[in-house]
Write a protein that binds this ligand. Structure first.
Ligand SMILES: [Zn+2]
Length: 113
């Protein structure tokens, strides 16, 4: 995650390059005060889907950096991420080292070899 910044074209706030919105302009559009320490409202769901659904344990460093989770929630979500990755390896093992050789043996037996 680079810290490259670019200026918002409307208010000139320095915004991280990965952001698709300006937090100050969004706050202004919603007529509420701009708080630079505010956690993005999509942060929690974004990190949850990374850790629990897609990247698993590989997304745990991103989870630990996030300000959207309490320390207890971080531990819980990190465990879910480890379970995700563990299940991937478990299913991979069961498929390639158990199920597939079994099927191959059946086919070979069927062919009389
Ligand atoms: Zn702006």
């Amino acid at each position: 995650m680079g810290a490259t910044l670019h200026a918002c074209p409307t208010c000139a706030l320095a915004v991280p390059a990965g952001f698709s919105y300006c937090p100050r302009c969004r706050a202004a559009a919603e007529e509420r005060p701009y708080d630079p320490d505010e956690v993005d409202r999509h942060e929690r769901q974004y990190v949850l889907s990374l850790v629990v659904l897609s990247l698993g344990a590989a997304a745990i460093p991103r989870l630990l950096r996030s300000r959207a989770f309490s320390p207890g929630a971080k531990v819980l979500v990190a465990l879910l991420g480890l379970a995700n990755t563990g299940a991937v390896f478990g299913i991979g093992y069961a498929f390639f080292w158990r199920w597939l050789p079994e099927q191959a043996a059946r086919v070979r037996a069927g062919l009389g070899r």
